[in-house]
Ligand binder design. Structure first.
Ligand SMILES: [Zn+2]
Length: 441
């Protein structure tokens, strides 16, 4: 049994850090070691100690002076939108009808889905992201394409075929019954196969009829271990239209509540304009609000009040995400940099330690996968990102004046992107070399 011994500066979080010098919230080893075997981290700590547990045959990889962190987790992205990203000049509803829905019709073609799924996962990994909660298109074959590519890479990913049966072009519509049947078939084939996880994925209340949301609720009750993902309270026009479609509802959240879609495995993208009642309902049910800063800024949707949601009496569970292609970057470093600015516009500052906690362990906890991902703890899966804080001339120069780990992390978040990612391990396998030429296969 071959094992791999990594050496470098290791950083992993134990809980959410309260301040810029909350040293009890993380474990940092200046000369750290990670011993990997069979896709898992089997030992972590000071290098000398970990090295003493490695057998003679262990392959040694020295990443010094770089940082070794758990791979980043992206809690909300749309893989069929790689050719929608960077589409000019629209707000949410126009953006969907003008760019997104026409693009997603192409995913009826399995070949196209396979090609884009491959490029999507390559692009995520290249940016240091090792787990994503992904929306596929309405077509079952798009989810099959995603899972095939994800399984081939042995990535821990969560994905679902979008359910949508109205207010969109014919080519991206299903029916309440076919949406249910296709989701069932995907669960039977893919959920729990290797590291694949299925999610029940009604796109949002505008594109689902009451009958379809009913069926989504049935799926949630039949499969309580599955995630449910959808969108909530992103933009004012969306909220107004939703209210028209469900005139009986108290508010937007009430609709999902009515159909039994709230819960600890429920992921709600955006949640920008929630009332206090809605925030209470999410908190009471343990639902997760997903903060997608680059998307919210790009589409002009609004400013997610991260600190208030965390600090209110009934606090919210929060994840962060790119929301590609409404989002403008695949990188979680770029995402948290924009998140910092959104939070600053709300008059608060996000401490850099909390930021790195959020995109690793924080997102893993929000997705209920912290027993597998999001830390460097022994026993978890070996999904690891290697970061170079001196990746560009500008970063190198700025690093000359950096004195603390917190300052270094803030530099990485503010100036870093895919260039700062030196290596990425997925289930213990280095990926940088695997990706070369993948488009030519
Ligand atoms: Zn989205």
């Amino acid at each position: 049994m071959t094992s791999t011994l990594l050496r470098g500066r290791t950083l992993t979080f134990l809980r959410s850090p309260d301040s810029t010098d909350d040293h009890g919230a993380f474990r940092y080893e200046e000369d750290g070691g990670l011993l990997l075997r069979d896709g898992k981290i089997i030992a972590a700590g000071a290098y000398a100690e970990v090295a003493s547990q490695a057998g003679e045959g262990a392959e040694k990889i020295d990443h010094r002076p770089h940082l070794l962190l758990p791979g980043f987790i992206d809690a909300h992205a749309h893989f069929p939108q790689m050719q929608v990203i960077a589409s000019y000049g629209a707000e949410l509803l126009d953006w969907l009808s003008k760019y997104t829905f026409p693009e997603e019709t192409k995913f009826r073609n399995a070949q196209h889905g396979r090609r884009v799924a491959r490029l999507f996962l390559d692009e995520l990994v290249r940016h240091g992201t090792t787990t994503v909660a992904a929306y596929c298109s309405v077509h079952k074959q798009s989810a099959e394409a995603f899972f095939e590519e994800s399984h081939a890479r042995n990535m821990l990913n969560i994905a679902g075929k979008v359910m949508m049966d109205r207010n969109a072009p014919e080519g991206v519509l299903d029916t309440p019954q076919s949406g249910y049947d296709d989701t069932k078939a995907l669960i039977a084939e893919w959920h729990g196969k290797g590291r694949q996880r299925c999610a029940i994925t009604p796109r949002f209340a505008i594109t689902s009829s009451p009958e379809q949301l009913e069926m989504a609720g049935v799926l949630c009750r039949e499969h309580p271990d599955l995630h449910m993902q959808t969108h909530l309270s992103e933009n004012h026009a969306e909220i107004a239209f939703t209210q028209e479609l469900y005139p009986w509802s108290k508010d937007y959240t009430d609709i999902y509540e009515h159909y039994g879609l709230l819960g600890s495995k429920s992921l709600f993208g955006h949640c920008i304009h929630l009332s206090e009642r809605e925030a209470d309902a999410l908190s009471d049910s343990g639902s997760v609000a997903v903060f997608c800063p680059t998307s919210n800024l790009f589409l002009g949707s609004g400013l997610f009040d991260y600190q208030r949601y965390r600090q209110r009496e009934k606090s919210l569970r929060i994840a962060t995400a790119t929301d590609v292609g409404g989002g403008t970057n695949y990188s979680m470093l770029r995402t948290m940099d924009e998140g910092y600015k959104v939070i600053a516009l709300n008059g608060e500052k996000l401490n850099p330690l909390a930021s790195f906690w959020q995109m690793t362990r924080g997102n893993a906890e929000a997705l209920s996968i912290a027993n597998m991902a999001g830390t460097l703890d022994a026993g978890t899966d070996a999904d690891i990102v290697v970061l170079d804080s001196r990746a560009t001339p500008g970063m190198r120069l700025r690093m000359e004046t950096v004195e603390t780990l917190t300052e270094e992390l803030f530099l990485l978040q503010t100036l870093g992107d895919d260039r700062a990612v030196r290596e990425v391990y997925v289930a213990g396998k280095p990926t940088k070399s695997m990706m070369v030429g993948s488009e030519n296969e």
